[in-house]
Design a protein around this ligand. Structure first.
Ligand SMILES: Cc1ncc(COP(=O)(O)O)c(C=O)c1O
Length: 423
């Protein structure tokens, strides 16, 4: 048992414990727990909301604060290349999502980047009036897409991913953009965005991928998958910390024509000429807007070193093994029917969602045992398996604690029912 995970799990039956040990050995290559701070007595299954703290971050941020800011002051924009950090870190993120250099910039939030994409895509496809999006998208994707589409005079059609390819062919030449998440934030279902993208291209439209629940948890192939745009956040599996800046991908072939609407001075071709008119920078720099939050950006840069030299295929292999094993454990504990996440590896992201009518209270009761997950409306216990720091032993222990909470109705205590602001 990992010395750091002395949570209150009932003892595991020995075949389960032995299998956990064997799987941890088999998938050792992508296990970097030593690079993270995981509090004692905690099984952290919420890295799909807020990634754990990489040990490299505090020292890196202290150096930025004390030396680059404290001593070198304004000179650090040049000396420490603060100016180039958004594209430098963008290239590092690019390696994790299958994007060659020069197509990813770290900037703003996912919401803001999606706004840029929807408007920019509509401008690249004048005369087309339809944008497709999943009705079960994360709410910000729905809100932003509606608002951006309204500004450019487009109509938003809500089509589930499984029906998207057919709907795209039906809309045909009126389609400007199909915008889909690669993994459903609630159920953990993974969608075939390459098929949606190919269908979009057949009718001359563009495709955007929301990678919030994929980046850092699996091998994403933006370039070879044909994506036109992608957005994603820095604070989940990329472990950049609370409020870490997000990323924007624009395929190289579109960079010259991508006119995003937030024409701030950091996206200008010659910002220090301070001219009165906006001229977009060549390349992905045009995705920038205003002065970035450098402490967060450089924290993300340090956090990403946890992935140095790590093949994403190994990360995906470990992630699938963790979620598969967790579901097997739940089957053995009589909870298999409550699992809503697909069992087919190809259709699963890096989380497992379990349905329960008292899901909120179940999550609180789990936390009392040191198992941290989260609740999603209306009835889901959502458990994320960040492959770099969650072990198969953690998965087995979490499953047995979940079974105890459910079967012994520990969730029924009043203290677990009081709703906090953030669930
Ligand atoms: C699929 C998806 N898109 C977007 C977001 C959030 O976007 P933002 O970074 O703007 O808060 C989330 C956050 O959980 C998400 O899951």
């Amino acid at each position: 048992m990992d010395p750091t995970s002395t949570h209150s799990a009932p003892p595991l039956p020995s075949p389960v414990a032995a299998r956990a040990v064997a799987l941890d050995a088999e998938h050792r290559a992508a296990y970097r727990r030593e690079a993270f701070v995981i509090p004692d007595a905690t099984i952290y299954l919420d890295g799909n909301s807020l990634g754990a703290l990489p040990k490299a971050v505090p020292a890196a941020v202290a150096q930025v604060i004390e030396h680059e800011w404290g001593q070198r002051l304004i000179r650090s924009w040049n000396e420490a290349d603060w100016w180039g950090a958004q594209t430098r870190v963008g290239d590092t993120v690019g390696r994790l999502v299958g994007a060659a250099a020069g197509q990813v910039v770290v900037t703003d939030s996912t919401s803001v980047n999606l706004f840029k994409v929807v408007v920019g895509a509509a401008r690249m496809r004048p005369g087309r009036h339809v944008v497709l999006i999943d009705p079960d998208s994360f709410p910000t994707d729905l809100y932003i897409t509606h608002s951006a589409a309204q500004l450019v005079g487009a109509e938003v059609r809500l089509v589930p991913p499984a029906e998207a390819a057919a709907a795209i062919r039906e809309v045909g030449e009126d389609l400007a953009l199909a915008s889909y998440s690669s993994v459903d934030y609630r159920t953990g279902e993974r969608w075939d965005l390459e098929a949606i993208t190919a269908a979009s291209h057949e009718v001359g439209a563009l495709a955007c991928w929301d990678l919030c629940h994929s980046a850092g948890a699996m091998d994403v192939e933006l370039d070879s998958g044909g994506a036109d745009f992608a957005v994603g956040c820095g604070y989940k599996y990329l472990n950049g910390g609370p409020g870490a800046p997000a990323f924007l991908y624009v395929a190289a072939r579109h960079l010259g024509g991508f006119e995003q609407p937030l024409t701030g001075w950091h996206g200008h071709a010659r910002p220090f000429e301070m001219g009165p008119a906006y001229h977009p920078a060549p390349g992905i720099t045009r995705g920038r807007v205003g002065t970035p939050p450098l402490l967060s950006l450089l924290a993300l840069e340090a956090a990403l070193t946890a992935y140095d030299g790590l093949p994403l295929a190994d990360v995906r292999g470990r992630s699938l093994s963790l979620t598969r094993f967790f579901v097997e454990c739940l089957d053995g504990l009589g909870l298999g029917d409550a699992v809503v996440t697909p069992r087919d590896d190809a259709r699963r992201g890096s989380q497992v969602a379990v349905r329960h009518p008292e899901a909120y209270a179940v999550v609180q009761a789990l936390m009392a045992h040191g198992v941290i997950g989260d609740f999603r409306e209306p009835d889901l216990v959502r458990l994320g398996f960040a492959p770099l720091y969650v072990s198969h032993e953690d998965a087995a222990a979490a499953a047995s604690i979940l079974a105890q909470v459910v079967h012994q109705q520990e969730y029924a205590r009043d203290e677990f029912r009081a709703r906090a602001t953030v669930t």
